[in-house]
Design a binder for this molecule. Sequence first.
Ligand SMILES: [Zn+2]
Length: 295
Amino acid sequence: MSHSPQSSKFLNMRLLSLALCGLTGGLAIATPIAQANRLETFVYDLNDSKIEFSLKNDIEPKGSVISNPTRIVIDLPGIVYQGPTIKRRIGRGVESLRVGQVDANTTRMVVELSPDVKLNPQDLRLKSKQPGHWTMQLPQNIAAIDLNSVSNFVIPIAGAVISSGFGWRVHPVTGEKKLHKGVDFAAPTGTPIFASSDGVVTDAGWTDGGYGNIVELRHANGEVTLYAHANKVYVSKGQSVNKGQAIAEVGTTGRSTGPHLHFEIQPDGKNAVDPMDYLQLHQVTLDLASNSFKD
Ligand SMILES: [Zn+2]
């Protein structure tokens, strides 16, 4: 029993924990509030099977692998995470990111990986090429889990930056707890919005419910995709569109505080689910600094 593969895995994890904790040497000094550092972005890059994150100011994070072989925990002393703990679904290889405070001076990032990922904890290293930018190489099979999954839907915008995810949240204006039925991609006004898959336009133009200008598409198996807050709509009801065709451009129409695309997928044509479970991914950036677009 003591020589099983399982126990050598646990030994490896302990070694990693020591190696990464050694990076900071326990010399973290509390940052004055006026200079409070913060997380800016988290990137899941499937082309290179890596994760990256950036901070407003440079700091040396420490990380450790805990609990099981598919969870990476990175503690960031001196980082203040403003706002409630978030959990963002990302995809199928890297499943989610959770970010929150563990104490007054430390932000913790928890990266949950697919149970199918074979992690060798000893290979996990945080590296920094430029101040405030950190990267960690992940096993190559992570990207394969996403890239080999069957999905007819592509991310409907170039350089996807997610400012808000699917799920229950407290509305920043009304204070109500409300289901956010899609993913918000932040982008400048005028950025093209692409059809996520081949389909037919079932609605296009102004709506009164807070979504502003929308495009709604129905796809081959009855799935519906919805694109909201558009500045301009390029298509009209009844028109057929191809995957990747520009159908609208990003705006901030309806109930919205900044230019972004609100994107929904309804697999049964009625009920919205987390689009991150359905999209083909190559690179996704989470904006951890703003998190403020509404609906
Ligand atoms: Zn939204």
